[in-house]
Write a protein that binds this ligand. Sequence first.
Ligand SMILES: *Cc1c(COP(=O)(O)O)cnc(C)c1O
Length: 392
Amino acid sequence: MTDLSNHFATQAIRTGHRPTSEHEHGEPIFTTSSFVFDNAAQAAARFAGDEPGNIYSRFTNPTTQYFERRLAALEGGESCVATASGMSAIMVMCIALLKSGDHIVSSRSIFGSTTSLFDKYLTRFDIQTSFVGQTDLREWKAAINTNTRMLFLETPSNPLSEIADIRELAALAHENDCLLVVDNCFCTPALQKPLQLGADLIVHSATKYLDGQGRIVGGAVVGDQKRVGEDIFGAIRTTGPCISPFNAWVALKGLETLDLRMKAHSSQAMDVARYLSDHSQVERVYYAGLESHPQHELAKQQQSGFGGVVSFVVKGGQEKAWKVIDSTRMISITANLGDVKSTITHPATTTHGRLSDEQKLQSGISGGLIRVAVGLESVEDIIADIDRGLDS
Ligand SMILES: *Cc1c(COP(=O)(O)O)cnc(C)c1O
């Protein structure tokens, strides 16, 4: 009954759970490695794939499936597989869908570990990646070769909130027989539905907003039944980066409040961005919700909110930026994001510290840049905490 609703808020709370004979109301956590068969013939039928049912928690666990079904519904995908982390979601997707000799075109503005995965590890298997500017369609076009199989991006990007045009890049991908993969970590399906805009696959770090309270590490891939339900599922079954049922349960319960949280994160981040734009010690604010953002209109079209991450450049470079960070008393100095607790970080010396000075310059990661992932504490307290170091 409840699986039939199209309403996001209802699906986020009601979809996915298949109550057991105990008639439990809350979703149970199945902490079991394996499942028992009635007899040898049933075991044989399950292993052969002739009979559906649970076998072993590396690839069939009911709690994990509750989470997968719920996230698939929210993203509007046919199938979802959960993974141990966001990085293992990206890794297993590549293992399942690419082969030696294939080529990826990726935005340069992606998560640091994703860059390393493409650059340092996939290259060992002769899968090469070309990196291009997130917002320059001509660069994407020019980088596509006959062996390109996948276009990859995150939008909005971290930390500078560059918006990629998903519809346009999906069309480009399909003209060239490629898949478009979107890392939907920053918006989540509550604010952006890449599959509806033409993307083929979505990867998630459930560690961030899906859990939403900084408790677990997890990930997921969402898409069509063939690629996700068969190919990527098969790769997880064989290679093993499965999520633990407990972590799947935490993320499952996180989804129930996702809609409310993302609206609240967006509204608080907007307040912080406006406050910073008016501040005399701030040179520039990066937030797609501001009318001054170069892709504000595009963000309005493809997102229903602007998300919780605001970055800004202070006057006075790294010294001043560190001072602002060190003057906070409440906001946590940590590189994580997507938590109800606000976090603050200095990208140039942490998440982007391994880039060369030239790469930093090219990607806009200056010494004065600060990233705040705006949480759900009172926004007055958040602003007062940032203000402490700015004004001093
Ligand atoms: C954190 C993050 C990842 C990696 O996720 P983990 O769960 O830490 O492995 C991937 N993409 C983005 C955009 C992230 O923020």
